[in-house]
Design a protein around this ligand. Structure first.
Ligand SMILES: [Zn+2]
Length: 134
């Protein structure tokens, strides 16, 4: 019994350290969900704290917030507010870069409802054509 308590305590401490120093965040612009908060840039949009990979992306967002804050639900084809929606899926997808090489990138997908998120999860290959062109 004592041993089990020790294990729980250690796990809690590790989780606390992650939140304080090195929390993983998602980039609103490109959907990369794997970078550390301290390595990116943060900003406030409509009262909410948001994160971006780089200053270049922050500049792009500032110039045209509507273009980047809104994404497309790949199931319904409708616009979805990337900051407000709670229906998301994180996946690693194969992308084809401009130089023709393929890489695997982490991407968050945004959905307008639980229904379209569920539909996506039933058959992701139907909605993501890999490799992506970027
Ligand atoms: Zn980004």
């Amino acid at each position: 019994m004592m041993r089990r308590c020790m294990v729980v305590l250690v796990v809690l401490l590790a989780a606390g350290a992650m939140v304080a120093g090195d929390r993983q965040v998602v980039c609103v612009l490109c959907g990369d969900y794997t970078f550390s908060e301290k390595d990116g840039v943060s900003a406030t949009y409509e009262g909410k704290r948001i994160h971006l990979c780089s200053l270049k992306e922050l500049t792009a967002l500032q110039k045209n917030p509507d273009k980047y804050v809104w994404g497309t639900d790949v199931v319904t084809g409708r616009r979805v507010h990337k900051i407000k929606t709670t229906f998301t899926v994180d996946r690693r997808v194969k992308v084809r870069k401009k130089d023709g090489k393929n890489e695997v990138w982490p991407r968050r997908f945004f959905f307008e409802s639980q229904k379209s998120r569920d539909e996506f999860l039933r058959n992701p290959a139907k909605y993501i054509k890999e490799p992506y062109a970027v």
